[in-house]
Design a protein around this ligand. Structure first.
Ligand code: AMP
Ligand code: FE
Ligand code: FE
Ligand code: ZN
Length: 281
């Protein structure tokens, strides 16, 4: 049975969520409050290239639910944008924090260069607005897209990527290469378990095999981007390659994509994940 049956009861977990420390709309405390209200057994905070929300989320969670320390590290492989989730890592790990601080500087520099290119293309956005939209978090293309939207240059977020900041669009500036193998190693060095995020319908099996050879631990099987066919495919591939299975809503805030806890991810995925991380319980 590849899809976890919501009707069978059992408690749910949500192992993919974002806060204001990346491109989420809510502070960590508010995401935790929603998870508690929805009766989730566990919640992972997985901000893009940041673990800054984890301590606040843990404090807010207390004993109301299990808070899993997480991250979603961006990486590139042959032009493919691959996101690697990390679970049960140490959010205070010095090497991790140093690498993430470097990403933050690179990302700021890159956002400023994209803003310059947009101005040259005749669609200027306010630099201070982009930075304000990023808030305390890492700045990324979603914030630039939002600024384009607010300036009235485009009508949808998708237009921003299609016409301006998508990988093949004129104002796009790539990030310095960080490979998925490096992301996996970074997560392992911080004591975490690595999971390929939302591989999607189009990813070839050979890419997953290559990452498995680089000690990838798991695949995100349940994700809003995955239809039934993808869920079945990655469930089977996880079994074949001996990888763990995880899932989550990829929550970014109310009204922004799927709601927290809405995806039926069974609590039974947690045990093997913990075991792989060497976490008791
Ligand atoms: P960055 O890490 O700054 O390169 O931004 C990548 C993020 O932009 C992804 O994680 C998505 O959240 C978002 N993104 C990428 N492509 C699109 C798109 N076509 N429409 C909306 N959001 C997108
Ligand atoms: Fe995001
Ligand atoms: Fe992602
Ligand atoms: Zn995400």
């Amino acid at each position: 049975m590849s899809r976890p049956p919501a009707a069978r009861g059992g408690r749910r977990v949500d192992l993919h969520s974002h806060t204001i420390f990346s491109d989420g709309a809510l502070p960590p405390e508010a995401v935790v409050a929603l998870a508690v209200a929805r009766g989730l057994a566990a919640l992972a905070i997985t901000d893009h290239d940041s673990v800054e929300g984890v301590a606040r989320a843990r404090e807010a969670a207390g004993s109301a639910l299990e808070l899993v320390a997480g991250i979603e590290v961006s990486s590139m492989l042959d032009g493919l944008d691959l996101h690697i989730l990390g679970y049960y890592l140490d959010p205070a790990d010095a090497e991790l924090l140093e690498t993430l601080a470097g990403f933050r500087t690179e990302r700021l520099d890159r956002a400023l260069r994209m803003i310059e290119r947009l101005a040259a293309l005749g669609v200027p956005v306010d630099r201070d607005l982009v930075l304000a939209l990023a808030g305390p978090g890492v700045v990324g293309r979603p914030h630039v897209a939002e600024a384009l939207l607010r300036a009235g240059h485009i009508e949808t977020m998708d237009d921003a990527f299609r016409h301006f900041i998508g990988a093949h669009a004129p104002a796009f500036v790539p990030r310095p290469a960080f490979r998925p193998e490096q992301a996996i190693a970074l997560i392992h060095a911080a004591g975490g378990v690595s999971v390929l995020a939302h591989p999607g319908a189009g990813l070839s099996e050979s890419v997953v095999e290559r990452l498995a050879a680089a000690r990838l631990d798991g695949i995100e099987v349940w994700h809003p981007q995955h239809g039934m066919a993808s869920v079945r495919r990655y469930h089977a591939l996880a079994a074949k390659l001996g990888l763990l299975e995880t899932g989550g809503s990829d929550f970014h805030g109310p009204g922004r994509g799927m709601d927290l806890g809405e995806l039926p991810v069974p609590a039974s995925v947690l045990g093997p994940l913990k075991q792989a991380a060497g976490v008791p319980g």
